[in-house]
Design a protein around this ligand. Structure first.
Ligand SMILES: [Zn+2]
Length: 167
């Protein structure tokens, strides 16, 4: 864009010189030659200004995109402060909302893989796999082992709900 602007400035400057030459011209022929040159340079200056304007509009668009991206990054940075990495009883890693930062939201966890990519994806209960109670990320399709099922003996002794509160 700077090239186009300095080109246009140079062109305008030469136009002023040409304009003076025309004022000082002694013959019709001299006036006609200088006028033709003036018109050609006006066309060139106009093209450079159009190029500068096009570049300027592209820069404005890029600036808006970056601004939106920056707002997203700031929001995400703020959001990240609400969560901490947690290892489930079965070894799965997830980001769990800090109790002090939970506010009125229900207890919940985020997918660690999506989290690393700046995506907030809340894990949802999923169909159990093998002897594990699972959580699923519907954004990246990850399955996270939450907890191994208690043994049948534990179930009968009333510990069947022992994972309650792990979401
Ligand atoms: Zn995910």
């Amino acid at each position: 864009m700077m090239d186009a602007i300095s080109g246009a400035l140079t062109a305008v400057s030469s136009l002023m010189t040409l304009s003076k030459d025309i004022s000082n011209a002694k013959t019709d022929h001299e006036i006609a030659v200088k006028t033709t040159e003036l018109n050609e340079r006006l066309g060139g200056a106009l093209q450079q200004l159009i190029a500068a304007q096009t570049d300027y509009l592209a820069l404005l668009s890029e600036k808006d995109k970056l601004k939106t991206e920056l707002v997203k990054l700031k929001d995400w940075a703020h959001e990240q402060e609400r969560y901490q990495l947690h290892q489930t009883e079965a070894g799965g890693l997830l980001y769990r909302v800090k109790p002090a930062m939970q506010g009125s939201e229900p207890e919940h966890s985020l997918c660690a893989q999506c989290y690393q990519q700046g995506i907030k994806s809340i894990l949802q209960p999923s169909a159990d796999i093998g002897r594990f109670k699972m959580l699923k990320c519907h954004a990246c399709d990850s399955d996270i082992q939450l907890q191994a099922y208690p043994s049948a003996m534990a179930m009968s002794s009333g510990e069947g709900n022992k994972w309650k509160g792990f979401f």
